[in-house]
Design a protein around this ligand. Structure first.
Ligand code: GDP
Length: 334
């Protein structure tokens, strides 16, 4: 057998195992799509070709919140709850800050010990090492693989600081924002842009002494949300109370998510959002491929560096950029 058919057999076997729900195969497949090696990339694309028809069936739920609001405690509790309702879950993490800190703080199995040991849950291991263009770049492929492996709900965790390099809400169907009880400046301080991205807001830690502050915060956020544009027609973003620690409020949240998906499917918001997700995927990858092709050409790099030199002369960077881009795209035109 030649090398090419050996590779293709290997990928077909891996795809079959992923489709059969084999967790080790899923981890292997994720490592493959995250690899920056050119041969791995070619194999990853073959793998995606095979699994694409089996993707798209899961609910893609984004869960964001600042560090400390209780995301891992919540996922641990809500994940268990969903499994009791017959779901299977994959927990993925997109950590926009990992480029700067040099490693993901999210997606760590030890943060969700019960869920990590449940055969109906898959927690994506923390990405590490030789990633191609940041953690977020391959997230869509990881989502596709988890769907092909048959998980019915994907919880995609992110630190909600609104600076994710690839907007998580561009990859998901429903965005949940997790907040905690607050008062005074902290209550006012939550950024409008972050609230505007939410389909469902949860005030976690609504327990014990924190309960009155949780109720007060919920009323405050509900008022702010009423003044914001609706993300989905006819959907007023609800603010729910829950305690991940005491496992309260989870059934009400589950019901809200169900209502959200029913409405989204009825009014075609869901199908539009899914087709937008595919379009932005195509756009992002096209741009990324163009940039790497550009970077791989020493002659173009040299020309670009020459442009940088000419900046000091006071010429407009906008003008230089336009002319340079035109020259690359249509080199024969005057
Ligand atoms: P993350 O950084 O957002 O993942 O937050 P963690 O899940 O690690 O939780 C941060 C802290 O908040 C921990 O000390 C948790 O025990 C605590 N915590 C999380 N959920 C709750 C809750 O529902 N009630 C209370 N009282 N504390 C909570």
């Amino acid at each position: 057998m030649n090398a090419a058919s050996e590779h293709s057999l290997r990928i077909q076997t891996l795809a079959n195992s992923v489709l059969a729900g084999d967790r080790r195969a899923l981890s292997k497949a994720i490592t493959l799509v995250e690899s920056a090696q050119p041969l791995d990339r070619a194999l990853a694309l073959n793998l995606l070709d095979i699994i694409m028809p089996y993707t798209g069936k899961a609910k893609r739920i984004a869960l964001s919140g600042s560090p400390g609001v209780g995301k891992s405690t919540f996922i641990e509790a809500f994940g268990q709850f969903l499994i009791e309702q017959g779901e299977t879950i994959a927990v993925l993490a997109i950590d926009p800050s990992s480029k700067r800190t040099g490693g993901s703080i999210l997606g760590d199995k030890t943060r969700m010990p019960t869920l990590a040991n449940n055969p109906k849950a898959y927690i994506r291991p923390t990405p590490s090492g030789n990633l191609l263009g940041g953690v977020a770049r391959r997230s869509r492929e990881v989502i596709a693989l988890c769907e092909a492996a048959g998980y019915s709900t994907l919880l995609i965790e992110t630190v909600g600081v609104g600076q994710s390099e690839t907007d998580v809400s561009e990859m998901t169907d429903c965005s949940i924002l997790l907040l905690q009880p607050a008062s005074g400046d902290a209550l006012q301080g939550i950024k409008r842009g972050i609230m505007e991205m939410a389909d469902i807001v949860i005030i976690n830690k609504a327990d014990g002494d924190l309960l009155p502050a949780a109720r007060h915060s919920a009323a405050h956020y509900l008022q702010s949300l009423a003044l914001m544009p609706k993300r989905m027609p006819d959907w007023a973003c609800p603010v729910l109370l829950c305690s991940a620690l005491e496992k309260t409020g989870l059934d009400a949240l589950h019901e809200k998510i169900r209502e959200y998906f029913v409405l989204a499917k009825e009014n075609t918001y869901f199908s539009k959002k899914r087709s937008e997700q595919l379009s932005t995927w195509l756009e992002d990858e096209t741009l990324a491929e163009l940039i790497s092709a550009f970077k791989a050409q020493p002659e173009l790099q040299a020309q670009y560096q020459a442009l940088q030199q000419s900046l000091a002369s006071g010429v407009s960077p906008a003008r230089l950029a336009v002319e340079f881009a035109r020259k690359i795209i249509a080199p024969t035109q005057p």
